[in-house]
Design a protein around this ligand. Structure first.
Ligand code: ZN
Length: 373
């Protein structure tokens, strides 16, 4: 199907699903204008390696600032030289010195920095689910063993020593980066309420207690909590192609009314839906501020942003572009594409679904499409 046909079909689907909305008044498909007018214009970047620090500084100055980015969420996780718990560190690890350098670059350009760490799922890596970080060092802090894991390994959220450990890690990162925002991950976690300790407890209570514990700790320090929203989306009523992944089918969604409203929800959806996205209006109905998070498909990005605009709420705070490749690959793709984009205002066709592109290029095409001015 041609992209234009697919776009028409999706807009028609959105109109049918929200018949009360005056589309002519509320939605003009000037996506760049919509993005540029948001409070939060964010990007997720993997932490740069030791020899990529100079590239990072150049990338922020010559690409991100020119594209209007005002927030960097930095995927750090266990790749940080924790002094409080060196046993959970995974290599390559960001040094304190380079973390301060990153913070300083961001401060210099007026960019908010949000360190990110997965504090529920994604506790393993690769097809063989190699354990990382906390559960590598403390196997008893894992919910269930690899044989029973649906996707990637998870923390046991009721382990009596877990909260203190996690709070020490967050504190050290916040102190070194000098930040007032922290992203606690939370995406794509399936294992909860299964171990001997947790069995029999309501899943939503386990999950709400965990979020309240992390939020309470951060909030007491004056730090805003950010998280991926999928564990709080009811996968039984919100249609998404990645049911169970980009929505919850494991009961955690019932915790939505048991957690504070001052969490910044990061609502990620990467694929086109025939009838559009319903999650933005879901967040608005439940009183959460949210940003929408596209990835590497320009059309899916437009569709998600249109749904956020159509939700017609001041709780829609902006667009948070996600990249899922190593930092240098994404940065180099942007340096390659940006001058071409400025001269033609057209993209290479890397964003067509299924077409092979070098790593980082599809993410970069969507980024240019949304942010390059
Ligand atoms: Zn457990």
């Amino acid at each position: 199907m041609k992209k234009a046909d697919e776009l028409d079909r999706c807009i028609e689907g959105l109109r049918n699903s929200m018949p009360g909305v005056d589309w002519s008044a509320k939605v003009k498909l000037d996506i760049k204008r919509i993005v540029a007018s948001q409070d939060t214009r964010a990007i997720l970047l993997a932490a740069p390696l030791e020899d990529e620090m100079e590239l990072f500084e150049r990338f922020v100055r010559d690409i991100l600032v020119k594209c209007g980015i005002n927030t960097i969420v930095l995927g750090v996780g266990y790749g940080f030289e924790f002094r409080c718990h060196p046993e959970v560190v995974e290599q390559p690890a960001l040094s304190h010195e380079n973390a301060r350098r990153i913070a300083s670059v961001c401060r210099h350009h007026g960019i908010r920095l949000v360190p990110q760490m997965n504090l529920f799922g994604h506790q393993s890596f690769g097809r063989d689910k190699r354990p990382i970080g906390i559960i590598r060092a403390y196997p008893d802090m894992e919910e269930v063993g690899a044989d029973e894991v649906t996707y990637q390994r998870c923390l046991c959220l009721t382990h009596p020593r877990l909260k203190a450990l996690v709070c020490s890690l967050m504190d050290e990162m916040i102190d070194v980066f000098g930040t007032v925002d922290f992203h606690i991950g939370q995406d794509e976690a399936f294992e909860i309420g299964k171990c001997d300790r947790c069995k029999g407890l309501p899943v939503e209570v386990i999950y709400a207690d965990w979020l309240n514990a992390l939020h309470g700790h951060l909030s007491a320090r004056g730090v805003t909590t950010w998280m991926w929203g999928d564990r709080l989306l009811n996968g039984h009523i919100i249609p998404e192609r990645g049911a169970g992944y980009e929505t919850s089918l494991c009961g955690t969604w019932k915790a939505i009314d048991m957690v504070p409203r001052d969490i910044m929800i990061c609502d990620w959806h990467y694929r086109v839906l025939p009838y559009g996205h319903h999650s933005p209006s879901y967040w608005a109905r439940h009183g959460f501020a949210f940003v929408v998070c596209p990835y590497n498909n320009t059309f899916a990005a437009d569709q998600l942003i249109v749904a956020a605009v159509a939700a017609d709420t001041p709780l829609f705070k902006g667009v948070f572009h996600t990249t899922w490749t190593r930092f240098a690959a994404f940065a180099e793709a942007c340096f390659d594409l940006y001058p071409r984009y400025l001269s033609t205002h057209e993209l290479d066709d890397y964003d067509v679904v299924g077409k092979e592109a070098p790593r980082g290029y599809k993410d970069a095409c969507t980024f240019m499409h949304l942010f390059a001015l």
